[in-house]
Ligand binder design. Structure first.
Ligand code: RB5
Length: 149
């Protein structure tokens, strides 16, 4: 499994924990930045990770900012991205099972590192159930097409 990960300065510390956690499990991770605590703009990292996931260069993406809100809003502007902001493990596995989410977003200022790693495991350990959920995901794609320029 290959994971693309990115954060702004507000998510930097948690991102480092997540990378360490994934690498310990033998999962390949590419860090798209930011790499320092200097203030930066979360849409830049949402765009880099989102593009790489939609291009199928990675199985999933993980995006972290202070709240997880800005970076997930930005990522969801990319056609083909289904980024889910999760602060609990139920949502993390349910969004894979029902929404076929391809990016997990989290907020470093919202969840502690212990819970965050459980959320990552729940997300990556779950599978899309298809069936009636596929029909709903298809309708999300239809909306993207309707509003694409
Ligand atoms: C940065 O201060 C903060 O605004 C950002 O990390 C994020 O929380 C935005 O949604």
């Amino acid at each position: 499994m290959k994971i693309a990960i990115g954060s702004d300065h507000g998510g930097l510390r948690l991102k480092k924990d997540v990378i360490k956690h994934l690498e310990k499990k033998g999962i390949e991770v590419k860090d798209f930045g930011t790499y320092t605590e200097e203030s930066c703009d979360y849409p830049d990292y949402a765009n880099a990770v989102g593009k790489a996931v939609v291009a199928k260069e990675f199985d999933f993406g993980i995006l972290i900012c202070g709240t997880g809100i800005g970076i997930s809003i930005a990522a969801n502007k990319i056609s083909g991205v289904r980024a889910a902001l999760c602060s609990d493990t139920f949502s993390a596995h349910a969004t894979r099972e029902h929404n076929n989410a391809n990016i997990l977003a989290m907020g470093e200022r919202v969840v502690g590192p212990g819970l965050a790693l459980d959320i990552v495991d729940a997300f990556l350990g779950a599978e899309f159930e298809g069936g009636r959920h596929q029909n709903r995901v298809n309708k999300i794609t239809d909306i993207e097409k309707e509003y694409s320029r």
